[in-house]
Design a protein around this ligand. Structure first.
Ligand code: CA
Ligand code: CA
Ligand code: CA
Length: 593
């Protein structure tokens, strides 16, 4: 409110500087502020504006504002479909009218049957427009005197003009001389037209060839002279390469293509299909180029197509069923491949099944159709090509398969790849410890060969915060003795964070034990020392020993190991690295031999 109160000329709007150095100005400022506030309350016409959900710019609809579109070359190596698409997109954009810069048909014929067919095709296209279309000829449209006569019969004069909202449009015929240019009759008409429209606020010149860029301007120099005293803008095309140029200090554009031949190497090279969108405002034209592939209808995704689009986007239609083998190595094993179609439409699945170094899938490729709402399960054979492969090695290599899923959506084939991880486990035997195990956080009594090193955890929650094995990895071992099971874990961590206060985020070990007696979750913090758990922090990580008894007569259990690796004090969601995916109940099985 106070900010809006107009200050007298000598009022210093920067009181912060003077407040302490000049006590007097502070007092004056305060007086002024008080007066201002009082005025704002007392005078109804002086009230500050209410807070508003809209900025205070004037509405962008000043009288005389209108919008039109310009279509560059269709032909000269027409690429079918592009111009047709441009027409459909102009109907989406809804300009007030459309102007072309020529090369509408292929032309270059003396056979009336040929040009008649070409014009019939073209007229059919532009008649799809829901607004007027202004014809301007290019060299393909008027390639010879016969085609000039044909043009006149179909479209009247090859040069024309009109005035819209006090803007003069001058549509020129640059095929009016051999090899391009303007003839005497046309130049006289231009001069006459300009003389008849001296009061217009702007003149838009549209023509095919960019004559101002030629050393011989072939009559255009006279048009320039006639335009000298007015505000104008020029649009041409012909070159199929975009250029913002100028004529006597005014903007002059050479447009690219709307279907004419182009290597389409990108906007930076001036090679792109577009329409030019001109907003005529009181201060002149505002020009934007709309790449045709950037103009989208409103129904790109609808309720009717969403389920298929989402299924492809989510990619969870593909799954390799987690598989438990009976030994830690395999020559071959069967991994079921599940393809679940969650939609009411057929899903097409294709691709090669690549298992990675030393391994192969059989079959090696898939090409199947899955019926709506059906799940297809294929028994996939995973074969080791050399010596038996290690399941631990396969897990640590983080192998996965990728297949392409395709749905027909409104006549288009939409395809996205989906990946599924290859997760394996085996039934782990628990060896007998040869010497007593002391729960002290020192692993000296544990044989090194018993340890499993986990560098690629099968599951990581908040995995964005895990940078790889150098950030965090761990090793563990399991033994039995005297009717108890013992677990040793050691982490290797780039930053060890511990705290005596267990409510504080810190590095923490988690053991999840499942027996017939239920599931037990144990958390190990640095400094924990009980009869069943000892955790010690070292400069490079946590070292833990854990022991538990099995229910009487029980010979098996499930165990999973997790580690919350806290590295950055400001992070409230550190990664938790799990040896086995906690969502796979079958994994982590141990048996006492
Ligand atoms: Ca020990
Ligand atoms: Ca770490
Ligand atoms: Ca850490």
């Amino acid at each position: 409110m106070i900010n809006d109160c107009l200050a007298p000329a000598e009022f210093d709007p920067r009181p912060a500087v003077s407040e302490f150095s000049n006590h007097r100005s502070l007092i004056i400022n305060h007086k002024w502020v008080a007066l201002c506030a009082a005025l704002a309350l007392a005078l109804p016409g002086f009230a500050a504006p209410e807070p508003s959900p809209v900025t205070n710019k004037p509405l962008n609809a000043a009288p005389g504002t209108f919008r039109f579109a310009i279509l560059p070359d269709r032909t000269g190596g027409n690429r079918p479909g592009v111009f047709e698409g441009a027409i459909a997109k102009l109907n989406l954009l809804q300009p007030e009218f459309v102007v072309a810069t020529g090369d509408l048909i292929d032309g270059y014929t003396t056979d009336p049957k040929v040009w008649t067919a070409q014009w019939a095709e073209f007229d059919g296209l532009v008649n799809r427009l829901e607004m007027p279309f202004h014809y301007v000829p290019g060299n393909h449209d008027i390639s010879n005197p016969l085609m000039l006569e044909a043009w006149k019969e179909r479209h009247g004069s090859p040069w024309s003009s009109f005035v819209h909202q006090n803007v003069l449009f001058l549509l020129l015929d640059t095929e009016d001389r051999p090899f391009g240019g303007l003839g005497a009759e046309q130049i006289a008409w231009v001069k006459q037209t300009l003389t008849a429209n001296t009061g217009v606020r702007w003149t838009i010149v549209v023509m095919h060839r960019a004559l101002w860029r030629q050393s011989n301007q072939a009559g255009f120099e006279q048009v320039r002279a006639a335009l000298a005293d007015r505000a104008f803008t020029v649009f041409a095309s012909h070159d199929h390469v975009y250029l913002k140029s100028s004529v006597d200090g005014r903007d002059a554009y050479v447009l690219a293509t709307a279907g004419g031949i182009s290597p389409l190497r990108g906007v930076d090279f001036g090679e792109f299909d577009h329409v030019t969108w001109v907003t005529m405002k009181p201060d002149g034209p505002h020009v934007a180029n709309l790449a045709l592939d950037g103009i989208l209808p409103d129904d790109v995704v609808t309720e009717a197509t969403q389920s298929r689009v989402r299924a492809l986007r989510d990619g969870n239609w593909l799954r390799l069923v987690p598989t438990v083998h009976d030994a830690p190595t395999f020559a071959h094993l069967t991994v079921p491949l599940e393809i679940r179609n969650p939609t009411e439409y057929p899903l097409y699945v294709r691709g090669s099944l690549v298992a990675g170094a030393g391994l192969a899938f059989s079959p090696a490729s898939i090409d199947r159709q899955v019926a709506p709402r059906q799940t297809l399960t294929l028994p996939l054979e995973l074969v080791s090509l050399g010596a038996p492969a290690s399941i631990h090695g396969v897990n640590e290599a983080g192998r996965s398969v990728t297949l392409d899923g395709t749905y027909d959506v409104n006549g288009k084939q939409l395809t996205l790849p989906a990946s599924a991880s290859l997760h394996l486990d085996w039934d782990h035997a628990v060896p007998m410890a040869s010497a007593p195990i002391v729960l002290d956080g020192d692993l000296a009594e544990w044989p090194a060969a018993l340890f499993t090193a986990v560098e690629q955890p099968m599951f990581i929650s908040e995995d964005w915060d895990w940078q790889g094995p150098d950030d965090g990895r761990f090793r563990f071992a399991v033994q039995q003795r005297d009717g108890r099971v013992f677990v040793a874990v050691e982490t290797t961590d780039d930053r060890v964070i511990t705290s005596a206060n267990r409510d504080e985020l810190q590095d923490k070990l988690m053991l999840v034990l499942r027996t017939s007696a239920g599931t037990t979750k144990v958390e190990g913090y640095a400094g924990t020392k009980t009869d069943t758990l000892a955790v010690r922090a070292t400069p490079t990580g946590l070292v833990a020993e854990f022991s538990f008894p099995l229910p009487a007569g029980e010979q098996s259990f499930h165990l999973n190991l997790g580690w919350q690796d806290h590295d950055r004090p400001e992070n409230t969601k550190p990664s938790v690295l799990w040896w086995r995916d906690p969502r796979i109940a079958e994994f982590g099985g141990f048996t006492l031999p």
